[in-house]
Design a protein around this ligand. Structure first.
Ligand SMILES: [Zn+2]
Length: 50
């Protein structure tokens, strides 16, 4: 299970894959993977897009 965030509106969704269209924007948005946002995953530093 991953976590995705809409780059347009910041909507967060938990799913295996990013949805085809954002439930909040109701259009095709670009989603960023926020799974590695948690420190435990070994990824150092934050994604600047978040
Ligand atoms: Zn959105």
């Amino acid at each position: 299970m991953g976590e995705w965030k809409c780059k347009e509106c910041g909507y967060n969704i938990k799913a295996d894959a990013p949805p085809e269209k954002c439930p909040a924007c109701d259009k095709k948005c670009e989603f960023v993977d926020t799974t590695c946002y948690i420190p435990d995953c070994g990824n150092t530093g934050k994604d600047p897009r978040l």
